[in-house]
Design a binder for this molecule. Structure first.
Ligand SMILES: [Zn+2]
Length: 342
């Protein structure tokens, strides 16, 4: 029996990622207290997941700490999602190694936790080959499947030939959607037709992902994606006359490369800065705080007002004050994602 307990404690030492959840079962309860006690009595090694107060010892103070966690109801361990990789041999080696680096960077910056889904399966290949994974349609998107969330990265062959930054930025773009899905439950609901309990306001979802990916390559490659790429897509006059059309994915045909959605997100940041928020706070509110409200299609305008301090209508009206020129609203190139998300 003692051996079994010690074995459990030892294995939790390897896998536990949450202080107090010694047996790694996603809840902190009496079983964890028992394991801490056993660690004190039977084990000569420190099980670091049992060192609740992180003082380097497992002792009675840890029993007090874990009991407090249970009594205070702070039983909120969340675990990062599992990522399953399918990276095809058709991709160049240097892209593959950069791909893993980018995913690591992103996961550190904005971890996707197991709030609404537990795992993500990534399929990546070079467009020069036939779609290699049965049942996985080509393209670049996040989708649902019978097995959970999937990320598809069919990278255009020409982007390798031309060393186009998009071959990397698309990873940040799609991962940002995974992050959004991990913090906003309604986004996980079925979409495609109007669902009051879903969330698919396009300019807020796609505009933010495109701004995020541009900031990523600015931060990590010192490359200004706004000025070098996005600026070449014409901005739609509808931004001034009828911006609500960008709430729907049906606007894709006039939102070339999502640049009109990007423009709207950047103007939103400018308006927040105008109100006295710092630039990093403005983007944190847009990228994170708004999504964390649980905004859904039926009430997002209420949360918009609550988080940003002006109504959607007021914001849409203020868009008319901004000439349709992306260059005027691009964020500072010195702005770092670390600042925004810390
Ligand atoms: Zn997208």
């Amino acid at each position: 029996m003692n051996k079994l307990i010690i074995a459990i404690v030892m294995s939790s030492f390897i896998s536990a990622q949450c202080l107090g959840d010694v047996n790694d079962d996603y809840v902190i309860n009496i079983q964890d207290v028992v394991l801490v006690v056993n660690n004190i009595i039977y084990s000569t090694d420190i099980d670091y997941s049992a060192d609740i107060n992180e003082d380097g010892y497992v002792n009675v103070l840890d029993i007090v700490s874990i009991t407090n966690i249970i009594l205070n109801g702070e039983n909120t361990c969340v675990y990062p999602i599992d990522i399953i990789y399918n990276v095809h041999e058709s991709l160049p080696d240097d892209w593959v190694s950069e791909f893993y680096t980018i995913i690591d960077n992103l996961f550190e910056l904005i971890p996707a936790n197991q709030n609404y889904f537990d795992e993500l399966t990534i399929y990546a290949w070079n467009s020069s080959v036939q779609d290699p994974y049965p049942g996985i349609e080509g393209g670049q998107y996040i989708g649902g499947s019978d097995d959970g969330l999937i990320m598809v990265l069919e990278i255009y062959d020409m982007e390798f030939v031309w060393d186009h930054m998009h071959r990397y930025s698309v990873i940040a773009h799609e991962y940002f959607h995974v992050y959004q899905l991990s913090i906003n439950e309604p986004m996980n609901q079925p979409n495609g037709q109007y669902n009051p309990n879903g969330f698919d306001i396009k300019w807020l979802i796609e505009g933010t992902a495109a701004v995020f990916e541009s900031m990523y390559v600015q931060n990590y490659y010192n490359y200004n994606y706004f000025i070098n790429d996005l600026i070449y897509a014409d901005l739609s006059y509808s931004i001034h006359t009828n911006p609500s059309i960008f709430e729907s994915y049906n606007s894709d045909n006039i939102d070339i490369n999502g640049s009109s959605s990007v423009f709207m997100v950047l103007v939103l940041a400018k308006e927040l800065i105008e109100l006295g928020h710092s630039e990093e706070d403005a983007f944190k509110m847009i990228f994170k705080d708004f999504m964390l409200t649980g905004a859904k299609n039926s009430n997002w305008e209420d949360y918009f007002l609550e988080i940003f301090g002006f109504s959607v209508y007021e914001f849409y009206t203020s868009l008319q004050l901004y000439p349709l020129n992306l260059q005027d609203v691009v964020p500072s190139s010195s702005l770092s994602l670390q600042q925004i998300f810390n």
